[in-house]
Design a protein. Structure first.
Length: 349
């Protein structure tokens, strides 16, 4: 039983189940799922759909943090990605053409790849501290997005593009399926190949890894490129959801939520060991909490305090000292069980 307590995913999963249970007790319809026209609907389905952008950003952030880095520019990358895609679609003669939408999305992701490569270049080649290197793009990225859109909110009426965020495939939201594909690909690449081990080695000690023959520079560079591409996909989903490119609102504070999700999932900010599954649970905790605020009728003025209080509670419960204390308490309870008392009686006799 002690081994279960010590597992890195135990308390994150307990926190997620507790949040769902509290919502279900307060309003039983929270866990109600209905089928309409072959599509699933309900608060839980909405959580899965709305978690897609944060899920993608957090997955990229996990790999970056595993290399002992940080990426503060993911929100700006989202804004640029959405601006590029919407500008191309809006400027075309047929916004509803599937080929036009695919072209716009590919170009937007290529731009996001370049932005990620820029961050990786500053960190791995130039040697700038990650928080400073990515802060440059964080500050300049939204300005670039505004330049692309001409300083206006670009809107489009394109059903193929709107399908990215609001469409359904095999009864599930398409945005959620994009997140699932990203999770599967990241898990296979990082846990079924040597890349995951090398990433952890670089995060634990970059210099020792380099001396051992590991191409730490390439791995760090690649991590930021992956983060950029995933942030670009998240930007497309966000823009598709509102059918507009809003450079000022796209991805605001998402870098902070992504870091929080990664930490809640058990990944250390010191680099090295990381958990894809933990990040997934962390994202679901945050998204469930945000949905709970609306579902339980908490006012907008009180929601930041409510959110902060619950997050603080979850972090405290998952802290190493709290885990050690609960494990010690469990051990003392077992030692005072019926079997232990019988043994004491035998020794006295």
């Amino acid at each position: 039983m002690t081994a279960v307590y010590k597992h890195r995913l135990f308390w994150p999963i307990v926190s997620l189940i507790t949040l769902i249970a509290i919502n279900a007790i307060a309003r039983p319809q929270f866990i109600k799922i209905t089928m309409r026209d072959g599509e699933l609907y309900g608060p839980l389905i909405s959580i899965l759909r709305e978690s897609a952008p944060l899920m993608l950003v957090a997955l990229g952030m996990t790999i970056v943090i595993a290399t002992r880095g940080i990426d503060l520019s993911v929100g700006a990358t989202m804004a640029v990605s959405g601006a590029v895609a919407l500008t191309i679609i809006d400027g075309s003669g047929d916004p509803g053409n599937l080929g036009t939408v695919l072209t716009a999305c590919v170009v937007a992701l290529l731009v996001s790849l370049v932005l990620g490569a820029w961050n990786g270049f500053l960190v791995s080649v130039v040697g700038i501290q990650p928080i400073i290197a990515t802060l440059v793009l964080m500050l300049a990225g939204r300005g670039v997005a505004l330049l692309i859109t001409g300083g206006f909110i670009t809107t489009v009426n394109s059903e193929p593009f709107a399908f990215i965020a609001s469409g359904y495939l095999v009864a599930l939201p398409f945005a959620f399926l994009i997140g699932v594909v990203a999770i599967v690909v990241m898990s296979l690449v990082e846990r079924r190949t040597a890349l995951g081990v090398l990433t952890e080695a670089v995060g634990i000690n970059p210099e020792a890894s380099r001396l051992a023959g590991v191409r730490s520079r390439s791995i760090i560079w690649g991590a930021y490129m992956v983060s950029g591409v995933l942030a670009g996909v998240a930007g497309l989903i966000y823009a598709s959801n509102i059918r507009a490119a809003d450079a000022n609102a796209a991805g605001v504070f998402i870098e902070l939520y992504a870091i929080l999700a990664v930490v809640l999932g058990g990944t250390s900010l010191n680099g090295g060991k990381f958990s894809i599954a933990g990040t997934v649970v962390g994202v679901l905790i945050i998204q469930t909490l945000e949905s709970s605020i609306l579902f339980l009728g908490v006012s907008s003025a009180q929601s930041p305090v409510f959110f902060g209080f619950v997050v603080a509670l979850v972090v405290v419960v998952q802290s190493p000292r709290m885990r050690e204390g609960l494990a010690a308490l469990s051990g003392r309870m077992r030692s005072r069980g019926p079997g232990a008392r019988n043994d004491d009686k035998v020794e006295v006799a």
